[in-house]
Design a protein around this ligand. Structure first.
Ligand SMILES: Nc1ncnc2c1ncn2[C@@H]1O[C@H](COP(=O)(O)OP(=O)(O)OP(=O)(O)O)[C@@H](O)[C@H]1O
Length: 359
């Protein structure tokens, strides 16, 4: 069983401080949905409102279509997983997993069977009789997930559950979590400040800043078509130009800057000024000027990043730019001091407002 979650005009105030400002989102049953944003943007507050530990100051939260106002956390069909797992060290793994069932009066044989099923589900079939201290960080994390799933929640709420793990394990657990979620079909709401994590695992992502949801979309859309500069910068690198818009037409515009006049896609500015954003992997280098959006530069640092090489350069007018080329031998890597041109295709660049912030 999985349930959808709807937030309708949800606000949360702590005294005079508004931690969550007018959140609207419909999370589908069985969806892996992440809230992504920097520390303090209100992600945990949203999770705590869904789980029932705090009530919204305004607005409505529905789980499975039912308004949950006044419903206590233990009466909601949600299970919460933290970074701090709070497993019981003196109980074997299977009893840890079955603890919630014991509280509900389920008999021992059924508890054991259910624990073993869940251990298979999280890919730890031989761990039932081990103790917590015998497991690695990632294995403990999987036990915590199995324990949360034991009480058959319709919604799993995960609060940065991987942040205590080292990088390799975290990357491995991304795939594991995603696989467990798809196997169970339970709705997952995941919060993280790690954009790689959110983009890799989620069906959709809600990017947040200063209490406001900035954009809700699938990971590709978030990366390829960010709605504002905050989202563009939070999920990746950019070359950014500041200038004036000229001749907007058909979703494109000319953009006049001290570094050149460019053509780019025009985002929804909502009356706000815009800057031009283009990703380093869409910034091209050439020995001769490109037909449009071409900037003469001098190469500075050339940094080897594994799968790609970052070329940092400064334009004759003082703009700092970065282009990335793939490390597959297909392009000549320029040297420091080389004079060349950086350019970008108009449809790869967008003029965007800064962010949707409290006015
Ligand atoms: N009980 C509280 N009383 C007062 N302010 C609070 C309370 N809980 C959270 N806040 C504030 O609300 C804002 C949002 O907090 P929240 O914990 O939701 O952020 P977050 O995005 O989850 O950050 P982090 O990633 O650091 O956990 C922060 O500025 C925080 O200081």
């Amino acid at each position: 069983m999985s349930a959808g979650i709807d937030l309708e005009n949800v606000c949360c105030d702590f005294g005079t401080f508004r931690a969550v400002d007018n959140a609207n989102v419909s999370i589908r049953p069985g969806e892996f949905f992440s809230f992504l944003g920097p520390s303090g943007c209100g992600k945990t507050t949203i999770l705590r409102m869904v789980s029932g530990f705090i009530e919204p100051t305004q607005g409505t939260i529905r789980i499975g279509g039912k308004d949950v106002k006044g419903t206590r956390p233990n009466q909601r069909p949600t299970a919460l997983i933290f970074q701090n797992l709070a497993l019981f060290p003196l109980m074997p793994i299977w009893e840890n997993i079955a603890f919630g069932l014991e509280v509900r009066g389920v008999d021992k044989a059924t508890r054991r069977r259910r624990a073993e099923e869940l251990l298979k589900l999280v890919d730890l079939p031989d761990a039932a009789d081990k103790m917590v201290s015998q497991l690695s960080g990632g294995q403990k994390q999987r036990v915590a997930i199995a324990r949360a799933l034991a009480v058959e929640p319709s919604v799993m709420l995960l609060d940065e559950p991987l942040s205590a793990l080292d990088l390799k394990l975290r990357q491995h657990m991304r795939a594991e979590l995603r696989a467990i979620q798809k196997r169970t079909g339970v709705t997952f709401i995941y919060i993280t400040h790690d954009q790689g994590e959110a983009l890799a695992m989620s069906d959709r992502v809600g990017v947040m800043s200063q209490g406001r949801i900035q954009q809700i979309a699938d990971p590709r859309e978030i990366y390829n078509n960010p709605v504002n500069g905050f989202v563009a910068s939070f999920v990746g690198e950019n070359n950014i130009f500041q200038g004036e818009i000229q001749n907007p037409s058909g979703g494109m515009a000319r953009y006049v800057t001290p570094h050149g006049t460019f053509r780019a896609r025009l985002g929804d500015l909502g009356g706000m000024p815009g800057k031009l954003y283009v990703r380093p992997e869409h910034t091209l280098i050439s020995a001769t000027p490109a037909e449009e959006n071409s900037i003469p530069v001098t190469v500075g640092d050339v940094s080897f990043e594994g799968s790609f090489i970052a070329i940092h350069a400064t334009s004759d007018t003082g703009a700092h730019l970065t282009a990335e080329i793939r490390n597959d031998g297909s392009a000549t890597v320029p040297e420091r001091g080389a004079k060349l041109y950086m350019s970008f295709a108009p449809e790869r660049a967008a003029i965007l407002p800064d962010a949707n912030v409290r006015g």
